[in-house]
Design a protein. Structure first.
Length: 377
């Protein structure tokens, strides 16, 4: 909030919340809910994005677009779809990994399908060879593999005449399962009580567990693209009693994640750590109203914010701004201006910036908006 805390736009109680500057980064100021992650913001190149304009703040409409398997016209689901675009560029299986829910996939659902699960235990089951935990011998496992290959061959021959050509991609990808099984990735996805305590995990599917799951998946090398959907933030009552504990638990998990990324070699580049090769994007559909409702909670607000951390990020950077009424402003020539349809900061622009940084210009063009400049070096 900074100098806006006395503007009258915000609930007065916010002015009593602690705000600290990230060590060594004079432009980055962190509110009380994210203070446990202060060291993480100091350790990695970090940029904060404010005033992302949101046209639609209704969940049903956002869900309608998401389930239509198109990029969201609501400008509230582009970040999950971004993972699908990046994964599709690899043309490998799995193209990307999703924890915690469904994401919009567009055409990538057919050509480069993901692996998705509500929790990391479900993901572990997918990469564990059938019969392994039952104590099957290698000879028995070989028989099962042979049966699956024979079945797939028979299916291809019988269905070739009627099957849509795109489904050939799915069948071809089945041949990669043996190599996934042989890597015994399930061992890196097994429960780790010590790390669960560090991340603050209390339940198998809580947000802290999902953040820990993201780390476990990254260190397997199964895919460099991991999407995690966090839950519980859509609260409309008792703002400080509901939102702040969620923020604190996430910040604790984020701090543990960054620490683990810095200490873990990248499976594909052992000379580098995962922190050297990973970019973290933290975003939301929208933020909350600056004033409380009758239930002392907050509702949906036509603005959003994001945090970018890690590889390629322009450190100690602030992009975007809100005005004294907490409304999203525009962004032009690296400065805030009165917002118009042409200069609005959008989710598409943020996602497009990352796609361009990765050299995926074709994927960026599908977003239909100019990429935001100034986020990356």
């Amino acid at each position: 909030m900074g100098d806006k805390k006395n503007s009258g736009a915000y609930e007065p109680i916010y002015s009593r919340e602690e705000i600290r500057t990230v060590p060594g980064k004079d432009k980055l100021h962190v509110g009380s809910g994210l203070l446990p992650a202060l060291a993480a913001f100091a350790a990695l190149p970090t940029a904060f994005i404010n005033g992302i304009y949101v046209d639609v703040t209704a969940h049903p409409l956002a869900e309608q677009y998401a389930m239509s398997a198109r990029m969201s016209l609501s400008r509230s689901r582009e970040y999950p779809a971004l993972a699908a675009l990046m994964g599709a560029s690899t043309a490998t299986f799995p193209a990307h990994l999703v924890l915690g829910g469904r994401i919009p996939l567009g055409d990538t659902v057919t050509l480069t399908p993901p692996l998705g699960s509500n929790d990391v235990e479900g993901m572990r089951g997918m990469v564990t060879e059938p019969g392994l935990e039952a104590g099957w011998s290698s000879a028995q496992t070989d028989v099962l593999r042979g049966m699956l290959k024979d079945f797939n061959k028979l299916e291809r021959e019988q269905a070739a005449a009627t099957r849509h050509p795109l489904w050939d991609s799915w069948i071809h990808l089945q041949t990669s399962l043996d190599s996934i099984y042989d890597k015994r990735l399930d061992q890196k996805l097994a429960s780790d009580p010590g790390r669960e305590q560090t991340y603050g995990v209390k339940q198998p599917r809580d947000n802290s567990a999902l953040v820990l799951g993201a780390y476990q998946l990254l260190r397997t090398g199964l895919s460099p693209y991991v999407t995690v959907l966090l839950k519980g933030f859509d609260s409309h009552n008792q703002q400080l009693n509901v939102q702040k504990p969620l923020q604190l638990s996430f910040a604790t998990a984020l701090q543990a994640l960054v620490q683990d990324l810095r200490q873990t070699p990248d499976p594909s580049r052992p000379d580098l750590s995962l922190a050297d090769t990973t970019t973290i994007m933290i975003g939301s559909e929208f933020v909350r109203t600056p004033r409380f409702n009758a239930a002392e909670g907050t509702d949906h607000w036509k603005s959003a914010s994001a945090i970018m951390m890690g590889k390629g990020v322009r450190d100690n950077t602030i992009v975007g701004q809100t005005n004294g009424r907490a409304e999203a402003m525009g962004w032009e020539n690296s400065r805030p201006v009165t917002r118009t349809d042409l200069n609005s900061l959008t989710h598409e622009g943020v996602a497009g910036a990352l796609l361009l940084r990765m050299g995926l210009g074709d994927a960026q063009s599908t977003l239909g908006k100019e990429a935001l400049h100034g986020l990356f070096i």
